[in-house]
Ligand binder design. Structure first.
Ligand SMILES: NC(=O)c1ccc[n+]([C@@H]2O[C@H](COP(=O)([O-])OP(=O)(O)OC[C@H]3O[C@@H](n4cnc5c(N)ncnc54)[C@H](OP(=O)(O)O)[C@@H]3O)[C@@H](O)[C@H]2O)c1
Length: 325
């Protein structure tokens, strides 16, 4: 089978097509003939700086859709030939991938394999940020960094559908604001001056919930954009800044809180909770509440082009690799 691998960290050019033996599932695992692989920002961080890479060479790819090829000993409720979407610990950029049965999800009826590949990382993440972690209540205001990206596109729609009073986004380029405004956002701010924009838009009150995948100064400023009793959820570090040790001085005076979320950690530590979360989140696509538009699709061998596009910070929505579809 063909797979994408890198043997050293670096730019998109380190992604190489290799021929390899198709992997077999061990106990509790499932192998999948991959139809589409989702491209995530975390894949760029793996390639460039070794994020969650245990050793080299490494095959990137955190999510796929496809048909079950074989199931390992002890796996129940999943059968060969079934159409599924799956989170993988890596290795999704390949014609065949093996992953834990705990993170393989039957595709809801009427969800195609192409749409299925957009679901595993983004839908549960956006749902958890707003609901399980962010505890959004109807009428509250929300601020989302990276509003035109994959998570941002879904978060805008889910927040609106949950009855948010106003949904504000932040993007780095005016062209991306147009995209976000089609997906649930009431207003989209461009660039690092967003705290002033939030204060103006909310009459100086601030937002109830802010979602931050950027880290560094943006995370700190997101705290400044919160209303009294506001919640900030950190879920990424796109800026590659040093982690911020948020402490008592910032949190005491206004009763603000800071929390976090990682779908990959949840998959490892609480797969049952992830499954329940994924079912709730996938339903939002099956019933038409949210969609994640595929804005670019590349053949597997052109994975580097997909990385270049996300790395250029001009992409919107979801990028897929077409593998066996
Ligand atoms: N914690 C979790 O469980 C979880 C799950 C999925 C994704 N994430 C995180 O959520 C974020 C979005 O992921 P995604 O896969 O949906 O990607 P994406 O949003 O489609 O693309 C990356 C986004 O990062 C923003 N960005 C900010 N600083 C950047 C930088 N220095 N270089 C490149 N992009 C930068 C870009 O928006 P602007 O150019 O508009 O700023 C862009 O929207 C990432 O930080 C990712 O790690 C976390």
């Amino acid at each position: 089978m063909r797979a994408i691998e890198f043997q050293e960290y670096g730019g998109p050019e380190v992604l190489k097509v290799v021929q390899a033996e198709a992997p077999e599932p061990g106990p509790g695992e499932v192998s999948i003939d991959v139809a589409y692989a989702g491209v995530n920002f975390a894949d760029l961080k793996a390639r460039a700086e070794g994020y969650r890479v245990p050793s080299l060479p490494f095959r990137p790819g955190l999510e796929v859709s496809g048909r079950v090829r074989a199931v390992g000993a002890g796996v129940e409720g999943i059968r060969p030939g079934q159409e599924v979407a799956a989170l993988t610990g890596g290795g999704g950029y390949a014609e065949v991938v093996v992953t834990a049965a705990a993170t393989v999800f039957a595709l809801p009826e009427a969800v195609s394999l192409r749409t299925g590949a957009t679901l595993p990382t983004v839908l549960p993440t956006a749902h958890a940020l707003l609901h399980e972690v962010g505890r959004l209540r109807a009428g509250e205001t929300v601020l989302v960094q990276g509003a035109a990206g994959a998570v941002g596109t879904v978060a805008g729609q889910l927040a609106k559908a949950a009855g948010a009073g106003a949904v504000y986004g932040v993007v780095s380029e005016a062209a991306k604001a147009e995209h976000a405004l089609k997906y649930g956002y009431d207003e989209v701010f461009v660039g690092p001056g967003f705290v002033d924009d939030v204060q103006r838009a909310t009459g100086g009150r601030g937002v109830d919930l802010a979602l931050d995948p950027v880290g560094g100064d943006t995370l700190r400023r997101s705290l400044d954009a919160l209303a009294v009793f506001g919640r900030l959820v950190s879920f990424g570090n796109a800026s590659s800044a040093e982690p911020w040790q948020v402490g008592q001085p910032e949190l005491y005076p206004t009763g603000r809180s800071v929390s976090g979320f990682s779908i990959l950690s949840l998959a490892q530590t609480a797969p049952g909770s992830l499954r329940e979360l994924a079912e709730r989140a996938f339903r939002k696509v099956a019933d038409g509440t949210a969609e994640l538009p595929v804005t670019a699709e590349f053949p597997l061998a052109d994975a580097a082009e997909a990385h270049r596009l996300i790395g250029s910070r001009t992409s919107t929505g979801k990028l897929l690799l077409r593998v066996g579809a």
